[in-house]
Design a protein around this ligand. Structure first.
Ligand code: NAD
Length: 260
């Protein structure tokens, strides 16, 4: 029997991150669930994962907009579980505004959480992965890491940035049995996206189905949302032995969006 691997998933109390945490738990990994808050509900998520998948799971509070928190998250994980084998940089936020009106504090927060946090966690995790003889770094980028949309200057810049970080890190660790890759999802039906549907229905005077197809999935050729489980399964694949030679690239899970 091989020892369980330890996976950190940043921003994993909801949406894609939570699904990735559950998918690695289903693989028998030790799991670190993370967000910026520190409530009983946050800890309950880790407890439920531990109970459901019969693994060790812990919630570690760390604000991914803060360098010291990012590095401490990795250090605390190593303290608790002895290693960091899989690092999934997933935490992310969004703000939509024309570039001339884009609030500076929103720009700074998006770059910090969606890009700079991955630099800090990666820098802290690599020495541990080298010591352990290997590891997997998986960055949750976006179709917006490859193409742009108007009014999303900070998000698109951060996501393009993380694609560059992914390739650079991949080259630096290629001889250490560590891989670094990105996943580029299209529109994923997370609670955050689901919550926007009623407003869009009102604004456009459309039923749910039409809003989803014509407005939200305008650029997604399958006209279907990506599911969190599909993104999570891609992350599990990238951490599997079959993906050992996949390095410094991305997997698009976007229904054909970026084929256009
Ligand atoms: P979500 O809002 O459901 O989840 C985001 C998670 O990040 C939450 O757990 C939240 O608590 C956490 N988080 C936010 N700020 C944080 C901070 N400062 N420190 C630590 N954690 C923080 O969003 P989601 O849709 O699941 O998005 C997850 C990732 O996937 C993001 O990087 C996002 O850009 C990317 N993505 C989402 C979609 C989509 O359509 N939903 C598409 C492509 C890429």
């Amino acid at each position: 029997m091989t020892a369980p691997r330890t996976a950190i998933v940043t921003g994993s109390t909801s949406g894609i991150g939570l699904s990735i945490a559950e998918a690695f738990a289903a693989e028998g990994c030790n799991i670190v669930v993370n967000s910026f808050s520190d409530t009983p509900a946050d800890h309950a998520i880790a407890e439920q994962i531990a109970e459901r998948y019969k693994v060790a799971a812990v919630y570690l509070q760390a604000d991914m907009s803060k360098a010291a928190d990012c590095r401490a998250l990795v250090a605390k994980t190593a303290e608790k579980f002895g290693s960091v084998d899989i690092l999934v940089n997933n935490a992310g936020i969004q703000h939509v505004a024309p570039v001339e009106d884009f609030p500076t504090e929103k720009w700074d927060a998006i770059i910090a959480i969606n890009l700079t946090s991955a630099f800090h966690t990666t820098a802290a995790a690599i020495p541990l992965m080298k010591k352990a003889g290997g590891g997997r770094i998986i960055n949750i980028a976006s179709a917006h890491g490859l193409v742009a949309s108007a009014y999303k200057s900070a998000y698109v810049s951060a996501k393009h940035g993380i694609m560059g970080l992914t390739k650079t890190v991949a080259l630096e660790v290629a001889l250490d049995k560590i891989t670094c890759n990105a996943i580029c999802p299209g529109y994923v039906l997370t609670p955050l996206v689901e919550a926007q549907i009623p407003d869009q229905m009102k604004t456009h005077n459309m039923d749910r189905e039409t809003v989803v197809r014509e407005v939200m999935l305008d650029r997604q050729p399958t006209k279907e949302f990506v599911t969190v489980e599909q993104v999570a399964a891609t992350a599990v694949f990238l951490a599997s032995p079959a993906a050992a030679q996949i390095n410094g690239t991305h997997v698009s899970v976007d229904g054909g969006w970026t084929a256009q």
